[in-house]
Ligand binder design. Sequence first.
Ligand SMILES: *Cc1c(COP(=O)(O)O)cnc(C)c1O
Length: 415
Amino acid sequence: MITLSQCQQWDQQDPLAHFKPQFNLPDHIIYLDGNSLGAQPKEALSCSQHVLQKEWAQGLIGSWNSAGWWDLPVKLGDKIGQLIGAKTGETIVTDTTSLNLFKVLSTALQIQQKAPERQLIIAEKDVFPTDIYMIQGLISIMGKAYQLRLIDGPEDLAHVLNEHTAAVVLSHVNYRTGYLYNMHQTNDLIHQHGALAIWDLCHSIGALPIDLNHDGADFAVGCTYKYLNGGPGAPAMLWAAARHQTQSMQPLSGWWGHQRPFDMATSYTPADNIRRYLCGTQPIVSMKLIECGVDLFLQTNMQTIRTKSLQLTDLLIQLIQQECAGYGLEIITPREHQHRGSHVSLRHQEGYAIVQALIQRGVIGDYREPEVIRLGITPLYLSHSDVWHAVQHLKEVLQHKEWDQPQYHTRGQVT
Ligand SMILES: *Cc1c(COP(=O)(O)O)cnc(C)c1O
């Protein structure tokens, strides 16, 4: 039996406990949705004031140089690069994950054009759908020869890869189930077939150690507003292995990616570095705030974060089994640590209404079709006791069928 006092004891030994006061979180809220929108670092408030009052209001256009606005995408990229095993100059912060996927996939297909028979793109059926939509959109302008093949799950990859495969797009951690790929083995498999590996890191960046170079990845994209706490809609990251960077050009060839943007030349020459993945003027105010979140991660290390993440997801799973047995919850997140990301997903017929009833009690998780309750674990601002209390709330919601009220069955615009 795990008890609350046991959880409190674990909290006292928690090497990351001092991070929680560095976030602005409402009292009496247990926030289990940092995998969807990260909490606000307190530093973000003073940082936004600085950028508005000093850099914009006072510095005006001079801030492109004096406040480092122009270099910000690369500077932030290199900071984030430290969390994902990147070399200097391989990572950039810009645009959205969706757009960045479009850019790196275009580049990958272009690299593969030396083998024109490679016209198959493989992705998973059960990924966050924007990845599929963007692949379909790219194919629609590349010509019908390209094909998207959607596999049912990780175990199918080996059977579908062949000498026609150009690229494989995979989510490092599945947004719904929390399944974590072995990136090294998967890259080896993909490369054995001559294909390129593109990783969507949205649910792994800031949640667990990533070593893109060591694991042999080709390209990666990911959000900064989830585990990295960059703020709603903060620009995404893009990583391109150094060996691919100057081999091909991404097609959104806006002036920010030009080798000499201020020449105002009539033809496009891509920058000979990671800046070629930029397109147009970046949302500086939003981008500035990313640094506040990332700097917190740089005060610790991803291994310490991973250790606590696994402790908390283990605890959550054990407590659900201990406290909520018999209410029809099915845990769909892998039990093996090597295949588990940083959230726990539960399947229940009344999943949507249960999530709404939990939110009413101050436990914020989210719901994903079909029937999936998602509980995100963010080690920088969650404790063992938080997990204990969240499960007590869940138990009460189930015990008293609190979810069975009409207001918990109506859907908002954003679920
Ligand atoms: C959140 C998420 C996205 C979001 O993409 P945006 O372009 O930032 O809206 C993409 N892929 C995955 C796997 C995600 O979890």
